[in-house]
Design a binder for this molecule. Structure first.
Ligand SMILES: [Zn+2]
Length: 86
């Protein structure tokens, strides 16, 4: 009997078209957000990791990290050197 388990339910975020870096075609994608959960009776109760986003190419079925699609990570959202005069 399986009471506890691991879940990874992708959640639909968006869809659109993009130039796929794998099959090199401008095609449709589905943007999914993944997160691992500990499940209890198949209900997700405890998140195990930070969510990560992937883009699923509808042509070649590749699952591509969103970072690879946007070019560079969005980690430089806070720029420490932009303290201008008030
Ligand atoms: Zn593709």
């Amino acid at each position: 009997m399986l009471i506890f388990g691991w879940g990874n339910r992708p959640k639909f975020v968006a869809s659109g078209s993009f130039p796929c870096p794998v099959c090199k075609t401008n095609t449709n994608y589905i943007h999914l957000r993944h997160r691992r959960w500990i499940t209890f009776f198949f209900i997700p109760v405890i998140p195990l990791s930070k969510p990560f986003d992937t883009v699923a190419c509808q042509k070649c079925q590749s699952s591509i990290p969103i970072v690879a699609v946007h070019g560079d990570p969005v980690s430089n959202a806070v720029a420490p050197d932009c303290r201008g005069p008030h």
